[in-house]
Design a protein around this ligand. Sequence first.
Ligand SMILES: Cc1cc2nc3c(=O)[nH]c(=O)nc-3n(C[C@H](O)[C@H](O)[C@H](O)COP(=O)(O)O)c2cc1C
Length: 364
Amino acid sequence: MLRCSGMGSVFGTVFRVTTFGESHGPAVGCVIDGCPPRIALDVAEVQRELDRRRPGQSRIVTQRQEEDRVEILSGVQDGVTLGTSIALMVRNQDQKSSDYEEMRTKYRPSHADYTYQAKYGVRAWQGGGRASARETIGRVAAGAVAKKVLASVGAEVLAWVRTVADLEASVDPATVTAAAVEANIVRCPDAAVAERMIALIDEVRKAGDSVGGVVEVVARGVPVGLGDPVFDKLEADLGKALLSLPACKGLEVGSGFAGTRMRGSQHNDPFYNEAGRIRTRSNHSGGIQGGISNGEPILLRAAFKPTATILRDQDTVDESGAAVVLHPRGRHDPCVLPRAVPIVEAMVALVLCDHLLRQRAQCG
Ligand SMILES: Cc1cc2nc3c(=O)[nH]c(=O)nc-3n(C[C@H](O)[C@H](O)[C@H](O)COP(=O)(O)O)c2cc1C
């Protein structure tokens, strides 16, 4: 018998998150099962994360004006989690279905229009439905709760924009701060490179085009022992989490692809004993060995493609298969990277929180 648990909208084993909602439906959000009780949670903490993801926050992101006000519907009382299911909801406000009239029957190249139609025989053509980045509101809201659970063991997750097109920042994952990431609108802590990234995104926006790039993320203070052999290795679950994000096309762990150009003698991370704590002198492993966290910072890089919807005419086909020209309209992100930063943090926090609770359940 086929057992289906939510058909792709449910994530996690103990800290279990379901997201719901379409881009142009009444609301989007999430339901979290398995959150520990008595975790302090203020709605402002969830709102702060959503504000970092919000459209319209600067000139280099989509100009759709959404307040994205979160409502806590259940599972929290007097500022603490109850241990029961937590429901978080954001009502959609600034929907212009007319912007999508052009995509009602024509398939946007490299978007999800054709594949959704081919799979279901129907699709929410206004705004991309579940394929829209609005779905990630539920993830960011749940991630804000996961971050609180992680903070209770001294762990934190921090992401930033490392590259936009071929512009690359130099950032030290050991010392980078949230304030440095939030210091500019592109969320790149290397101020000089950030300026050039902003200028490039401005330029492609004016040309009706788009660019991609890489978000880098570090998790510091993660306890040793998170991750389960063999299919639920920590990097496997982090990979699924990040590759499930819209427009994410690749992932590197630790030294990543650059590691393939090194010798074992250069790449191995030597162990040493730091006052009773086993540490490694280098961290090419990215904090994970054998699928289990080793206590060093977890370091990942997620690649995001250039936004599919560009404001230029494009050859495509319509639902009948006829060749047509698409004249896209609407308000789109010329580069998804600045808004992807809090979303990447959220997904990493969800995986680490789930594995923290799994580790407690099995090993105490
Ligand atoms: C933060 C963020 C914002 C996005 N904004 C847009 C957008 O404005 N227009 C668009 O076409 N795609 C946007 N995307 C990407 C699409 O949702 C995605 O490309 C689409 O669902 C197809 O999925 P795929 O690229 O993973 O194959 C965004 C993605 C993220 C992470």
